[in-house]
Ligand binder design. Structure first.
Ligand code: FES
Length: 570
């Protein structure tokens, strides 16, 4: 068949040994849905979405999907919405990260197996956008991302609240005895009050901005609030654009390149984005054979200032960011640092997009490049004898007085051990100790939980201690803050040096030197290593596959068999 004949419903016919029969059967069954012949001749535009009753962030998706369909129909396409698994961040055990790769496989296979000329990816909650970009990149179908948009903030006793930096702030106050049970119960009803993703620059908002920086969304759409009418207009316009993508066959391999990935890294640093986003961007880039190096992250971090004042590191919410100019304002400021020849889903280059300045920018939220909120980027990678393959610190959300320190390790052997002992009044712990948690990495069975933000022991919290050095192979929510060293690699469950730390050991942290070192001599470490035993892997199913094939944080926690071969020069 000609290429033209393979478009629309004729794309990728089911194997019956007779192509004509397969198409006739497919069209017959499509007709049972009431479509006219004319519509069945149109380009097919998949709307790959993650709506679910177990995902509060996506509760407006039915309306948003209708807006996308409107745009597709108006532009001459046939909209075909289909669900994939959804990942509601707080509804999954052990963690949503464990299922990101499963969702990415679902997206990839459904984008490839179904007769689709282009796909609109509709996601939002933390892991869904990375999963959709990973899957669509591997399938390499023309694709455009549409994000859920952030929640609006709410009010509580005269102050604004937004999930989930304020969730943690109030919980810390409750743990510290500052507020009582009745007060925390009232706060619970006011933290998340609209549809949409967390209201601050957490992982979901960071990934929305990264999707835009990569060129995979329409310009200016990352920060539109979920409940704003502009979000529906963005849906309609995204649908229209998907039809054009189907015609032009502009595929993700031309958009997600070494240069656009570097642009996304620069944006991640300039917005003080989530530590999780490093893992996700690495995984997305890996699907196109582009490697993200932590050493390069450090170089970029030293050259990229933080331009936005958003929680959890600043004081504003995502709705303020949108009103302030959003990603258009940030990208315009970052022009001297960006690769401007990168192509985007619009078919234009970044230079085309940024040819004229935004109409207005609120400088209380987005600063000029020459007058930033912080002179250097929000994230740094650390290396050393405790983290030979790297670890991450969000310095923008940390206490700089803790940056150059040697401390005594107080070790918890797992998240369960932490939960059991952290508030034990007999725990021997001082404010200048380093809290260390083991066995919370990708293969640990805990699914690399967002538990790296170890709570301050309640005895110390009640005494007014707000921050301590905390070290683990876990992750941290993008909405959290503190001097928290994460993603230590190799992880403890693989027998990395983190597994060998014992309470009382000395650990040296130097953010200036980008070092994290365990000050224990080699003979003693060899003795401990000889006694170390690997955890027993899960017996069956996806969790078994995950434990056996997941890569470490510096490789994006993707499955080894899903990454593309490295591009020459990367
Ligand atoms: Fe969905 Fe935060 S829980 S984005």
């Amino acid at each position: 068949m000609s290429d033209d004949a393979n478009r629309g419903l004729a794309r990728g016919l089911t194997h019956y040994g007779d192509g004509g029969f397969a198409l006739y059967l497919r069209r017959s069954f499509a007709r049972s849905m009431g479509y006219s012949s004319a519509l069945l001749e149109r380009p097919t535009i998949g709307i790959c979405h993650a709506a679910s009753d177990l995902n509060n962030c996506h509760r407006h998706f039915p309306e948003l999907i209708e807006a996308v369909k409107r745009g597709v129909l108006a532009a001459g396409g046939l909209p075909l919405a289909f669900p994939t698994i959804s990942l509601g961040e707080v509804f999954l055990h052990p963690t949503s990260l464990m299922y990101r790769n499963l969702m990415a496989m679902d997206v990839e296979e459904m984008c490839r197996a179904q007769p689709l000329d282009a796909v609109v990816l509709v996601g939002g909650c933390d892991k869904t956008v990375p999963a959709q970009l990973m899957g669509a990149s591997s399938a390499n179908v023309p694709a455009i991302q549409l994000v859920a948009g952030p929640m609006m903030s709410a009010r509580h006793e005269g102050e604004r609240l937004g999930a989930c930096t304020d969730c943690r702030r109030f919980w810390a106050r409750f743990r510290g005895g500052e507020i009582d049970r009745a007060a925390i119960d009232r706060v619970e009803t006011r933290l998340a009050t609209t549809a949409g993703t967390c209201a601050v620059m957490g992982t979901a908002s960071t990934m929305a901005c990264i999707a835009e920086a990569l060129g995979m969304t329409l310009p200016g759409t990352a920060a539109i609030p979920a409940v704003h009418a502009d979000r529906l207009r963005a849906g309609e316009e995204t649908g229209r654009r998907a039809v054009a993508l189907a015609a032009s066959r502009l595929t993700p391999d031309r958009i997600i390149t070494r240069e656009s990935v570097e642009n996304a890294l620069i944006v991640l640093l300039a917005i003080g984005g989530s530590t999780n986003a490093i893992i996700h961007l690495t995984a997305i880039a890996g699907r196109r054979g582009v490697r993200v190096s932590l050493a390069r992250l450090n170089e970029l971090s030293d050259a990229t200032p933080v331009l936005v004042d958003l929680k959890p590191t600043g004081s504003h919410y995502m709705e303020d960011f949108f009103a302030a100019g959003g990603m258009s304002a940030v990208l315009h400021e970052l022009r001297p640092l960006l690769h401007l020849d990168c192509i985007t889903v619009t078919g234009e280059t970044l230079a085309d997009r940024l040819a004229s300045p935004p109409e207005w920018v609120d400088r209380a939220v987005v600063r000029p490049l020459v007058q930033p909120f912080h002179p250097v980027g929000g994230l740094v990678a650390l290396f050393g004898t405790l983290a030979p393959c790297g670890a991450i610190l969000k310095r923008a959300a940390a206490s700089s007085e803790l940056f150059e320190r040697t401390g005594r390790a107080i070790v918890f052997t797992s998240p369960s051990d932490l939960a059991t002992r952290i508030d034990d009044p007999s725990l021997d712990v001082q404010p200048d100790d380093f809290l260390v948690m083991q066995n919370s990495g990708p293969t640990s069975g805990y699914g690399m939980p967002e538990a790296g933000y170890l709570p301050i022991p309640s005895r110390l919290a009640r005494a007014g201690v707000k921050d301590m050095v905390r070290i683990s192979d876990a992750r941290m929510s993008g909405t959290a803050y503190g001097t928290v060293v994460l993603h230590v690699s190799p992880e403890a469950a693989l027998g990395g040096p983190l597994a060998l730390v014992r309470t009382g050991d000395r650990i040296r942290l130097s953010v200036r030197e980008r070092r994290l070192d365990l000050e224990v001599d080699a003979t003693e470490l060899a003795k401990r290593k000889a006694q170390w035993r690997a955890p027993v892997p899960p017996e069956r199913g996806y969790q078994r596959l995950y434990a056996e094939r997941v890569l470490q944080a510096e490789d994006g926690c993707d499955f080894d068999f899903l990454r593309a071969a490295q591009r020459p020069g990367d």
